[in-house]
Write a protein that binds this ligand. Structure first.
Ligand code: UD1
Length: 435
């Protein structure tokens, strides 16, 4: 008999959360900043890296390309990346690249450095069809020839020049890739309708720390003056807005009183506002937020939008939260319009959710009970945890590899807050072995 050994999370719900949790570095900043080092001619030290699988994978890809990556003081949150060994614009490690979405940042970085790039097709969370036409539009505006083949993307150029890039849709990835491609290109590049997420600003700050000339990140228009060379620097990544938001939603769902430290409260504004609508108290400090939920949880309406709107990456966790809130909530998804594939999993836990196009109607009156569910992608998995913490009884979440792409030590952090959550290794034949 063939057996597969897998891990799942088992949550005994209904325990309130108390204490303090510290937030790690931002995944979506790290996965762009690490490829950005390719543009540099000297080593860089990156600090506050989250210890998550997506970061290990992108570091492994850089090593495969010839970079030297060393942990500083044995701590994997602080690494030195020496890109001088990267001599080719061709990335060959298909399996690693195919494992994560953000490997597409290598396109912009290699194009900016070598004027050409060949990168295998990227993978990652597939909650929706995820096009890259806007990335290609940006590369073409700078003068690149682009070929999209079934298994790879090929970019080449005779001479790249700064240019105006006007996106039709606000895209985080395309804005980042346009910045990466443009910083070393002669002339002036103006990116209109740019994304404004905190990680866009973080990438711009990192590029500027290496000597780039990027202005306006965090507004609709980013202006870049190309520079010839970039130098090494030491840079610390911002805290993860979505990890912090997930813990905020978890406390609101389970009840309790938790201080979430190492955050930038301004990045959490839209999440804070919605949590207050549910009757949750959120106190803001310089680098922390305190979330208290002792009384009933109330319904509210949520609409996802690009930053500074409510983040789509918090939508599944909020639907989970609202599944045990008194009354009817409406959650409208305006970034990834079909991002509700996890809803049947919540229904197994008793959630009363009706989907209508890009809107989920959630009636939390009856609350949630434990069930066996799957983490269909990173944030869908986080939603199962939020639901499991609030539910009565035991929730088992399989496919946790998705959750581990983006949450550092989530079991340890939740356990320290008083949650009853553990990892169980099991054999797929359904015989669970508690290790
Ligand atoms: C990034 C985040 C992801 C988040 C998303 C929106 C990373 C690694 N991932 O993804 O977690 O959910 O931002 O905040 O940072 N679009 C196009 N053409 C393109 C690119 C995007 O039409 O070429 C559309 C998409 O279909 C989507 C919208 O633009 O509707 C936003 O996507 P985008 O901001 O690009 O998301 P990602 O950068 O892939």
């Amino acid at each position: 008999m063939e057996c597969t050994i897998l891990d799942k999370f088992v949550i005994n719900g209904g325990h309130k959360l108390y204490g303090t949790v510290n937030i790690s570095g931002a995944k979506n900043a790290a996965v762009a900043i690490i490829p950005a080092v390719v543009l540099c001619d000297e080593p860089c030290i990156i600090e506050n890296l989250p210890k998550i699988r997506d970061v290990s994978v992108i570091l492994e890809i850089l090593k495969n390309m010839g970079a030297k990556v060393t942990r500083i003081g044995g701590d994997s949150s602080r690494v030195k990346i020496d890109p001088r060994g990267i001599k080719s614009y061709r990335v060959t490690c298909e399996r690693l690249v195919g494992d994560m979405r953000a490997s597409y940042y290598l396109l912009g970085a290699l194009l900016g450095k070598f004027g050409s790039a060949v990168v295998p097709a990227s993978g990652g969370c597939s909650f929706c069809d995820r096009p890259i036409d806007l990335h290609i539009k940006a590369f073409r505006s700078l003068g690149a020839k682009c070929e999209l083949l079934p298994d790879r993307v090929e970019l080449s150029s005779e001479k790249l020049m700064g240019h105006n890039i006007d996106f039709d849709v606000v895209s985080v990835g395309a804005t980042m890739n346009a910045m990466l491609a443009a910083v070393r290109v002669p002339g002036r590049t103006v990116i209109a309708r740019a994304a404004k997420e905190p990680h866009i600003v973080d990438l711009a700050n990192f590029l500027n720390s290496m000597g780039a000339n990027v202005k306006g990140a965090g507004t609709d228009v980013i202006k870049i003056k190309g520079v010839e060379k970039l130098h090494g620097c030491t840079y610390s990544i911002i805290p993860d807005q979505i990890e912090a938001g997930t813990y905020m939603a978890a406390v609101a769902a389970a009840g309790g009183d938790v201080t979430i430290t190492g955050v930038i409260p301004e990045h959490l504004e839209s999440i804070t506002t919605k949590l207050r609508d549910t009757g949750t108290t959120v106190e803001e400090f310089d680098e922390a937020v305190r979330v208290i939920r002792e009384g009933p949880l109330y319904s509210c309406n949520v609409k996802t939008m690009p930053h500074p709107g409510f983040p789509t990456d918090m939508q599944p966790q909020f639907v989970a939260l609202l599944s045990s809130a008194q009354g009817k909530s409406r959650v409208m998804e305006c970034v990834w319009e079909t991002r509700f594939s996890y809803v049947p999993q919540l229904r197994k836990m008793g959630a009363d959710i009706i989907e209508n196009g890009n809107t989920a109607h959630v009636d939390g009156t009856t609350g949630l009970h434990g069930a066996k569910v799957r983490a269909l992608d990173l944030r869908a998995g986080a939603a199962m945890i939020v639901a499991g913490l609030a539910a009565k009884g035991v929730t088992e979440i399989s496919d946790i590899r998705y959750i581990e792409r983006g949450y550092e030590e989530i079991i340890e952090k939740l356990t320290a807050l008083g949650a009853d959550i553990r990892r169980v290794t099991y054999v797929e034949s359904n015989e669970d072995v508690d290790l």
